[in-house]
Design a protein around this ligand. Structure first.
Ligand SMILES: Cc1cc2nc3c(=O)[nH]c(=O)nc-3n(C[C@H](O)[C@H](O)[C@H](O)COP(=O)(O)O)c2cc1C
Length: 264
């Protein structure tokens, strides 16, 4: 939870290679995760110098290494989001800077450098490296544009079944888990996650941003759903509460919201 609070998008890095032993640790973590999800996802780590290349359109400064989020045939976007955020939070715990990239990178350049096959879909990327505390001008202006330091209020995101605000007093540990959803990252900081508590159960819904990311060839807000699931689940696990997100049959319909999953 403390690490979820600590994470922010880092777009300016010290121009310094990650120390070997730390890099090895990260590689092992990624390999283990890939083993658990064979034929679903890949998380390649590459060293790449983008000098003279378009790469990240100048969004990222100083990073020499990147991790990809690759969707394979057996996987899905929500789970990819869940696992990629798990990786991001792990890296944050090691004081490594990261930045979710879903749109602003040249897929072809990274695809080649990662030596991927045609049916391996490189959807996500994060630079990794040591954090340069002094942000570049571009980074500063991106934060202002995306209103990155702002989040919607609790009562704009979390509801009871009549779509009235939830009573905080009844929630206990779940209050914290919801707060961790609220402070999470999302594509262009659109914060499309909504939780509706129905008959004592927490249900995750997607409130789509109209006409958003139409030029992308995948449903990026589904990735945001996985991030919300990870923040909720890992916070509860820390409090010793076990559970899982599952899709139920015949979920409750709400206008303008798309059902994703139920915490069971
Ligand atoms: C799925 C996803 C895709 C994103 N894609 C980009 C991107 O392409 N370029 C970028 O600069 N930031 C990207 N971001 C970062 C968000 O803009 C950022 O998380 C949000 O503004 C909140 O700021 P914070 O991460 O510092 O809390 C992405 C975030 C997510 C979750």
């Amino acid at each position: 939870m403390e690490i979820i609070k600590k994470r922010r998008s880092v777009r300016t890095f010290e121009d310094k290679k990650i120390e070997n032993s730390l890099r090895e640790k990260i590689e092992n973590y990624l390999t283990d995760l890939e083993k658990d999800y064979t034929s679903k996802y890949k998380f390649p780590l590459i060293d790449i110098s983008l000098e003279g290349k378009v790469g990240t359109y100048g969004v990222i400064k100083g990073a020499n290494s990147y991790i990809g989020g690759v969707l394979l045939e057996g996987g899905n976007l929500v789970e990819l989001g869940y696992l990629f955020e798990k990786i991001i939070i792990y890296l944050t715990s090691l004081d490594i800077g990261t930045c979710w990239l879903g749109g602003t990178f040249k897929r072809g350049e990274f695809f080649e450098a990662m030596d991927l096959k045609d049916d391996e879909n490189l959807l996500l990327l994060t630079p990794i490296g040591y954090i340069e505390e002094k942000m570049s001008l571009k980074e500063k202006s991106m934060r202002v544009l995306a209103k990155s330091d702002r989040r919607k209020e609790f009562d704009e995101l979390f509801f009871d079944e009549n779509l009235d605000p939830l009573y905080l007093d009844d929630l206990k540990e779940f209050n914290l888990a919801l707060e961790m959803i609220r402070i999470g990252p999302s594509a262009s900081n659109k914060q499309p996650w909504r939780i509706i508590k129905i008959n004592g159960q927490f249900n995750l819904y997607l409130k789509r941003t109209k006409d958003y990311a139409k030029n992308l060839d995948y449903d990026i807000q589904m990735i945001d759903m996985g991030i919300a699931q990870y923040h909720f689940q890992s916070t509860l696990e820390e409090k010793g509460i076990q559970g899982a997100w599952e899709r139920v049959e015949n979920p409750r319909d709400y206008e303008g919201l798309e059902y994703i999953s139920t915490w069971i």
